[in-house]
Design a protein around this ligand. Structure first.
Ligand SMILES: [Zn+2]
Length: 390
């Protein structure tokens, strides 16, 4: 398709972002991978991916449009099947998806315009993702400035001012002060939102700010010397609110906490857990002491314990080693089969550790007096057999 030249596609969304159904002539249809086709029309209401805004979704003659791209003014639609060249097709847009794009994009303009006015920062990156909408600023934005900008952006949204998108005459354009990411050749499309913003942009926008619904700053982080701000506008803000309420309800049920008492309930439970951990450690230490008391000098204890953490394994092995000068081994489930700790008071278990790893498919090592690791062989008979020869 690159070799063929087509006239620039007439972009119907430029003049009417609410146009959801249109007819167009098929100028070209070329096969693409997976049985798909790339279709060029004389005119289209499908917005091609660009400027941070995703491609529109919908159908052409009932066939799903999978992607829309633009190059040198020619819009290419990737569709799931072939379309007849020379004939007229009907395009239908997924307006729910389009409205979502417009709410995020127009909301971003309102916030970027206000931030530009407040701290003279530029928007140097914008992306409407499936999950999140982000905008990057050229300067760091302090949290209190961001909060004030968000409040002002919502005031502009609720004032329901008109959003104007058009191509001013060059003479008029020269008199305008507008935000722009790059130098633009040819006609410049200006999107103006009175009281908030004036910006060069080729995206689709709502007709009045009220249609954005609301804008919520979800998070912000330092990013390349500026701030990356994640926002949710319109339907996305509502969806986010729903998700947060559902999560909160689940947590409230989990903690048996009333509204507003969740954080206190979680803190209480965390404290309780700490106390229980300390208590368990004390009890474990008592058991270890009792176990070690059964060991006498000259013994070579090999214990298969249950449910011990790596740290507990080490502590038990060291407790045993205090009672005998022979090597002591403790195993518990973990690693690739059984986790182990080998200890010898005043001795060196590294060679034994190496030998055991070879015999019982293990790995690990450590210091002369203490080695840790795990073995794949879990059969107690084979383990005892190995230590019988030590
Ligand atoms: Zn824009």
């Amino acid at each position: 398709m690159a070799e063929q030249t087509h006239p620039e596609t007439l972009r119907l969304y430029d003049a009417d972002p609410w146009l959801s159904r249109f007819t167009a002539a098929v100028l070209a249809c070329e096969p693409a991978a997976k049985g798909r086709s790339r279709v060029v029309l004389d005119q289209t209401a499908f917005f091609p991916e660009g400027g941070g805004q995703p491609a529109d979704r919908g159908t052409l003659n009932g066939i799903q449009v999978l992607d829309v791209q633009v190059k040198d003014g020619v819009v290419t639609h990737t569709v799931a099947a072939e379309l007849p060249v020379g004939e007229t097709v009907t395009g239908v847009l997924d307006m729910e998806h389009r409205l979502d794009s417009m709410q995020q994009h127009s909301g971003e303009h309102v916030l970027s315009g206000i931030l530009h006015r407040m701290v003279q920062c530029e928007n140097v990156g914008f992306h409407i993702g499936e999950e999140a909408t982000t905008l990057d600023t050229s300067l760091p934005i302090p949290p209190e400035v961001l909060a004030a900008a968000e409040a002002e952006a919502n005031r502009v949204i609720w004032a329901d001012v008109p959003v104007q998108a058009d191509y001013p005459d060059p003479a008029v354009l020269e008199t305008l002060t507008y935000r722009s990411k790059k130098a633009i050749d040819g006609p410049v499309r200006i999107v103006a939102i009175p009281g908030a913003d004036c910006c060069a942009c080729c995206g689709t926008h709502v007709s009045r700010t009220g249609q954005i619904g609301m804008i919520k700053v979800v998070s912000s982080m330092n990013y390349k010397g500026g701030t990356r701000i994640t926002i949710a506008c319109g339907g996305r803000a509502l969806k986010l609110f729903d998700e947060m309420l559902a999560e909160q309800a689940a947590l409230r049920a989990q903690f048996s906490a009333k509204n507003g008492q969740l954080a206190a309930a979680a803190a209480r439970q965390a404290k309780e857990l700490e106390e229980q951990k300390a208590r368990a450690a004390r009890l474990e230490q008592q058991v270890f002491r009792h176990t070690a008391a059964q060991v006498s000098e000259g013994d070579q204890p090999v214990l298969l314990a249950e449910g011990l953490s790596a740290d507990s394994l080490r502590r038990l092995a060291l407790a045993l080693a205090e009672r005998t000068s022979r090597p002591c081994a403790v195993f518990s489930e973990g690693g690739q089969g059984l986790a182990y700790a080998l200890a010898q008071n005043g001795g060196d278990v590294r060679a034994l550790c190496k030998e055991m790893n070879a015999a019982l498919e293990g790995r690990g090592g450590g210091k002369p007096e203490l080695c840790t690791g795990s073995i794949a062989v879990t059969d107690p008979a084979r383990i005892q057999e190995f230590f019988a020869d030590v």
